[in-house]
Design a protein around this ligand. Sequence first.
Ligand code: G3H
Ligand code: 13P
Ligand code: ZN
Length: 328
Amino acid sequence: MRVPTTELFRHAYGQYALGAYNINNLEQAVGLFRGNLGKKEKNDEPVDSTVAAPFILQISRGARSYTDKRFLEAIIRTAEEVFPEAIFAVHLDHGTEEACYDAIDSGIYTSVMIDASDKPFEENVAITRRVVERAHAKGIVVEAELGQLGGVEEDVVGSVHLTDPDQAAEFIERTGCDSLAVAIGTSHGAYKFQGPQGVRLDVLARIQKRLPEGYPLVMHGASSVPPEWVARINAAGGQIKGSSGVPEEDYLKAAKLGVCKINIDTDGRLVWCAIYRESFRDKPADFDPRTPGKVFMKEYARYIIHKNQVLGSAGQLESVRQFLSQKT
Ligand code: G3H
Ligand code: 13P
Ligand code: ZN
């Protein structure tokens, strides 16, 4: 069941964070739905409510243009039928103004992100305000970004520029955006920190203090880049050196400071890369795309269960279901 993104935020606020997982293809989608229902091997296993979780499925502009955006939309609609117990939101990740309007009109997204964080403050305010007006008219909610993460955001190369708490309060007030992505020291990809720096929970705490009570924040660039998955990739011929990610113990600390949505894309790519490399290494005579695909869906489901456990969303599915039914 697709549900409004803000309803999930209301349930999570201050307690746990929702995993916001990027997908690009069918296998990622199936592994994601299975994992969020606690199904480790197959679609028709019973839901394991001890680990089942609400979640956010997100799609980047790159994912939309990889083949044709309608393929991913059809996968999501089909997953909704195959996994009727799932409770999830569908989100556009790092949208331009044009991509946001397209997503708003598509009928599948429950929220969009307008990312004008590379623009000067006043321009970011103006663009975000326009998107909020168009989205709210259709009952869709908007995530915006203020400050800049390190590294590369799609085709924007950002320099690290942490979110200013006073500006964040003004930005939310003037734009009416429903959630805010904050720059607190993370960056996208597998190389987040060089040396001892980490997530700036101190800056996050100052931002939370300046905002209206219960206002949902978003952490981008939140993959943990697990050394064990990187080691498996490298043992199977990969060359990922010097990678580092967000410590998983920071997720719940961030959740207590108002972060309701934690964006994870890179970790899913690492799992994908390890499984496919190992399959090609270990079965050199096999050329069936389903051979690595089957293993990947299973391993990804298990990884999602683990991730939800460290986010605190594991085991929340039935509580969210009740929360949503009381509202209708
Ligand atoms: O923020 C970036 C996300 O990881 C999406 O990456 O644009 O390569 O799909 P992508
Ligand atoms: P990672 O690269 O850390 O997975 O971040 C993903 C993200 O922020 C998507 O918007
Ligand atoms: Zn991001």
